[in-house]
Design a protein around this ligand. Structure first.
Ligand code: GAR
Length: 198
C-alpha cells in the first residue's frame, strides 16, 4: 500500500477527483493545506481523511514553513506527495527531499505559460489550444519531467472562465490516472522525459 499525502490551498477539486478515483494500492494518508479555510480540507475531514492546516503566515520564512510542511508530510509516511492547487513556491531543500515522488498539476501545456493566469495568457497569445500538465516537481517552478498532458480547444468566444472550466474537466481525468500510474510503478524518469509503461 502506498501512502499519498495531498497538498491543497483552496477548493480541492483535483484532490476530490483523486480520492473519488479509489486507486487500488493507494491510501490517502492526509490532506494538508497552507490555508486553514480551504474548502477542500472540510471535504476531506468529512470523509474521515486526516487533515492538517499549516498556515504559512505563522512562519517567519519560506524555509521555516517548508520545514514544518516536510515534518507534517513525513509524519504520514508519504510515498507520494501530490500538489493539487497548492499555491506556494517551494524551496530547493523541499523539492530535493521529495524528488521523484512529488507530482504537480499545472493548468497549461508546459513549458508554455508557467506561473499564474495561464488561461488568460493563452487566450491573449492567440493560442488555439489550452490544457493541463502533470509533472514531477523540481526546484525550477513548473518545469519538471512531464508525466501527461491534455489539450482542449480555445474557441472564439472563450473567456478565462470558460477555458478554465473546460480544462478542469480534463484535469480531473488526467491527475488520477497519473497518480495511479505512479502507484503501480509504471513511471520511469529519464531526464525531462517520463516513460509510462502501459
Ligand atoms: C487547478 O486548475 C490547478 O491546475 C491549478 O489550480 C487549480 C486548483 O483547483 N494549479 C495551479 O495553478 C498550480 N500552479 P482545485 O483546488 O479545484 O484542484
Amino acid at each position: 500500500m502506498k501512502n499519498i499525502v495531498i497538498l491543497i490551498s483552496g477548493r480541492g477539486s483535483n484532490m476530490q477527483a483523486i480520492v473519488d478515483a479509489g486507486i487500488p494500492g493507494a491510501r490517502i494518508a492526509a490532506v494538508i493545506s497552507n490555508r486553514p479555510a480551504a474548502a477542500g480540507l472540510a471535504w476531506a475531514a468529512e470523509r474521515g481523511i486526516a487533515t492538517v492546516a499549516l498556515d504559512h503566515k505563522q512562519y517567519p520564512s519560506r524555509e521555516a514553513f517548508d520545514e514544518a510542511l516536510a515534518h507534517a508530510i513525513d509524519a504520514h509516511a508519504a510515498d507520494l506527495v501530490v500538489l493539487a492547487g497548492f499555491m506556494r513556491i517551494l524551496t530547493p531543500a523541499f523539492t530535493q527531499r521529495y524528488e521523484g515522488r512529488m507530482l504537480n498539476i499545472h493548468p497549461s501545456l508546459l513549458p508554455a505559460f508557467p506561473g499564474l493566469y495561464t488561461h488568460q495568457r493563452a487566450i491573449e497569445s492567440g493560442c488555439k489550444l489550452a490544457g493541463c500538465t502533470v509533472h514531477f516537481v523540481t526546484a525550477e517552478l513548473d518545469h519538471g519531467p512531464i508525466v501527461s498532458q491534455a489539450a482542449v480547444p480555445i474557441l472564439d468566444d472563450d473567456t478565462e472562465d470558460t477555458v478554465s472550466a473546460r480544462v478542469l474537466l480534463e484535469e480531473h481525468k488526467l491527475y488520477p490516472a497519473a497518480v495511479r500510474a505512479f502507484v503501480e510503478g509504471r513511471l520511469q524518469i529519464d531526464g525531462l522525459r517520463v516513460r509510462e509503461q502501459r
